[in-house]
Design a protein around this ligand. Structure first.
Ligand SMILES: Nc1ncnc2c1ncn2[C@@H]1O[C@H](COP(=O)(O)OP(=O)(O)OP(=O)(O)O)[C@@H](O)[C@H]1O
Length: 704
């Protein structure tokens, strides 16, 4: 039989099995619907029962509806090819591997979930250690149709005559495929070194390092899906948090976990970690370095203890015909005394009132003593404590403080200089104050500000809760997935592009995972943070109770063609050890183009290069430029009218990938960041197939 006929025959065999799986899936769906309907009926029936039975019937109803909904959610996930693998063992047993486990009515496995131990051989078996697998088959489907198959033979001596072997290189085929707007899962082609990381024990801290394109992000997300599957009881309830560098990035990876049936994972960018804020703007590098440094803890702590800008300068209150007066100095002393106990100001409001009353009583006593009188101190404190004018003074003198308000105060250079005395230089004070000044409603917070706001949230303490208008717990709508604001009990936290987190950002993320185990992904060579030692110690603090550490390094670059990666590696040659650079496995024969462009000619050159690449590739084309240029470059290419074309600033390009990339003026990328060459390296490693660099000079190529 010819190769293509064998292939067609084998595809037909797999199609028959896939059809069986989908028929069974429809049955399971109908059963889950039925269970949910019966659960609701039970709920209605409960109304007619005595209170005691009611409670237990309602509990049963909740459990039935909950389980039915979970099953339906899993069954309804948008699986891109539910069945993707098959193992033929030497003892003739066949195991199908898929995104979901499915059994027939007799409890025989039709598909084994890829995360189950029985599926591990699909990823771990090699020719040296075949784990009893004769043939490993990757099945590529679109919806319910089998498109193609690809086999690996691991025990050639055991292949029976009846067994056909088809094709070669499922991995290479997957890597060569064009890219869309969002990342795809890699369940069908996870490699052995990656599988080891995905299945690593869940406790403690698992660090994944590796160069660009080594699958760190893909592995971390598959690990989250694996952990939720294997340890659902321990991890599922408290939840998993995934933190990525930018909103563009979280959007890019947003489909991966749902495509594996996991919807209960919270994805947040660094600008979104604090509830209620969605920051996307980046500060210029020197400013980001100040805002991210641990020194800001001291500055913020001092700033919140300073007198609020609108607080009255002195206090006068009339008691029994006598004016009691506290001047600015005396009020200041009272304020310092209240802060002296170290409690957050929003939790010290009662203490502030008490201390102020004591100061007024002291004052009254001193007047009385001068006149040779005696006063009833306890009575004075009770009387004044009930007076409306005392409370009016108190709310402006010791107001409830909000993080945004306190951070905005620091736009006042003199106030910031006070808070930063001995910590910030004069130059840093004026840079920081200018950035925080006039940060009103229209001017948005930057990504680095978010960690400062979160720090202040904790330093200030929670504002008192409003009582009016609150609904009782019973009236609250039930929403199982909604977590309370500032939730800090995630059981597992994944941090991607961790090399760029500032110490203040580590503190912010660490707060969310006080009891968590961690998966931390990063590549030191791509780091844009200027003080790695400070960040490393903040990072260790963030891990809190998690002590066990394991570290994995991925060494194969699956993204870039070898031709593209060779060019990228040249720009960090002097900055990275050779074993820190991965090995690109795919060659395309297409070398990157480096074009010389005169200063005034970038607009046309960008348009031409973008058009060429859109014609050359099927998938996405990214135009990467300096952050400051993004709006301008967007205008340049607006006329192309092709949705596959995206313009992105250098810092936002982290973690993303495109079929082809136009890189505009590399020198500008180097100049805008404190660790310039590393940012350029990130940008140069975003393309899978083609790369065009437009440059007015050649200095960027020569390592400094
Ligand atoms: N085993 C695999 N099978 C198929 N594709 C893979 C595999 N491993 C990685 N890839 C693909 O390689 C590309 C790079 O992966 P990923 O983005 O996870 O790398 P990364 O190490 O996080 O890169 P960077 O640090 O540069 O952002 C992605 O398109 C991913 O799907």
């Amino acid at each position: 039989m010819s190769e293509s006929r064998v292939r067609r025959a084998e595809i037909a065999i797999e199609q028959t099995h896939v059809n069986r799986v989908y028929v069974r899936l429809a049955e399971l769906r109908a059963q889950a619907e039925d269970m949910r309907a019966r659960g609701y009926e039970l709920g209605l029936g409960a109304q007619r029962e005595a209170v005691f039975e009611q409670a237990s019937m309602l509990y049963e109803r909740d459990m039935m509806v909950f389980h039915a909904n979970q099953t339906l959610q899993t069954l309804d996930a948008e699986y891109e090819g539910l069945v993707f693998g098959r193992l033929d063992h030497a003892d003739s047993e066949t195991v199908y591997v898929g995104r979901l486990g499915v059994r027939d009515a007799e409890f025989n496995n039709l598909v084994t979930d890829w995360r189950a131990p029985a599926a591990a051989a699909f990823y771990q078996a090699t020719a040296e250690e075949p784990m009893n697998v004769v043939r490993r088959r990757v099945i590529r489907c679109s919806g319910q149709s089998v498109l193609d198959i690809d086999d690996d033979v691991l025990m050639p001596e055991s292949v029976p005559d009846s067994m056909n072997v088809v094709g070669e290189g499922a991995l290479m085929a997957a890597l060569g495929r064009s890219r869309g707007d969002t990342m795809r899962d890699i369940v069908a082609t996870i490699q052995k070194e990656q599988d080891e990381v995905i299945r690593a024990p869940w406790r403690g801290v698992t660090e994944i390092t590796g160069g660009p394109g080594t699958g760190k992000t893909a592995v971390a997300l598959h690990r989250a899906a694996y952990l939720l599957y294997r340890y659902r009881r321990q991890l599922g309830g408290a939840g998993v948090l995934v933190v990525g560098p930018s909103g563009v990035f979280t959007n890019y990876i947003s489909r991966v976990l749902p495509s594996m049936g996991e919807t209960n994972v919270e994805l947040r960018s660094l600008g979104q970690v604090l509830d209620g804020i969605d920051a996307t703007r980046h500060d210029p590098a020197p400013l980001a370095a100040i805002k991210g440094s641990l020194r800001m803890r001291k500055v913020l702590g001092k700033a919140m203890r300073d007198t609020p800008p609108d607080a009255p300068a002195d206090m006068k209150i009339v008691y029994r015909g006598e004016v009691l007066r506290l001047d600015a100095k005396e009020l200041d002393k009272v304020r310092r005394k209240v802060h002296g106990n170290g409690a957050p100001p929003n939790r010290s409001r009662v203490r502030a009132a008490e201390t102020l009353l004591e100061a007024l009583a002291d004052k009254a006593e001193s007047y009385a003593k001068a006149d040779g009188r005696e006063i009833d101190r306890a009575q004075l404190i009770t009387d004044l404590g009930e007076r409306i004018d005392f409370h009016r003074f108190l709310v402006v003198w010791w107001p409830v403080l909000y993080p945004a308000q306190v951070l905005r105060w620091l736009g006042d250079e003199r106030r910031l200089a006070r808070a930063g005395r001995g910590v910030l230089t004069a130059e840093e004070v004026s840079l920081l104050a200018a950035s925080l000044r006039d940060r009103g409603r229209d001017r948005k917070w930057t990504v680095a500000d978010v960690a400062l706001l979160d720090e202040l949230r904790v330093l200030l303490g929670p504002p008192p809760k409003r009582r009016r208008g609150r609904r009782s717990a019973a009236e609250q709508p039930r929403d199982g997935n909604r977590r309370p604001d500032h939730y800090d009990e995630y059981s597992h936290v994944v941090v991607d592009e961790s090399q760029d987190l500032s110490p203040m950002q580590w503190r912010m993320v660490g707060r969310r995972g006080k009891y968590a185990s961690w998966t931390v992904v990063g590549d030191p060579v791509q780091s844009s943070w200027p003080d790695p030692a400070e960040a490393a110690s903040a990072r260790d603090q963030a891990f809190g109770v998690s002590t066990a550490r394991r570290r994995y390094t991925l060494r194969t670059n699956y993204r870039n063609s070898a031709e593209i990666f060779d060019l990228a590696a040249r720009v960090v040659a002097g900055h990275a050890k050779s074993d820190e650079l991965p090995r690109a496995v795919r060659t395309t024969g297409v070398v990157p183009q480096v074009r010389h462009v005169e200063a005034g000619a970038f607009e046309t050159a960008t348009q031409v290069a973008a058009k060429e690449l859109l014609d050359a590739v099927e998938g996405t084309v990214g135009v990467i430029c300096a952050m400051d240029r993004v709006d301008e470059v967007r205008r340049w290419v607006a006329g192309q009218g092709d949705e596959r074309l995206k313009v992105v600033g250098s810092l936002d390009s982290k973690g993303l990938e495109y079929d082809a990339v136009v890189l505009v003026e590399p020198t500008e990328l180097i100049e805008e960041s404190l660790t310039g060459r590393r940012v350029l390296y990130v940008a140069l490693t975003r393309a899978t197939q083609q790369l065009t660099v437009l440059a007015s000079d050649e200095a960027w190529l020569a390592p400094a």
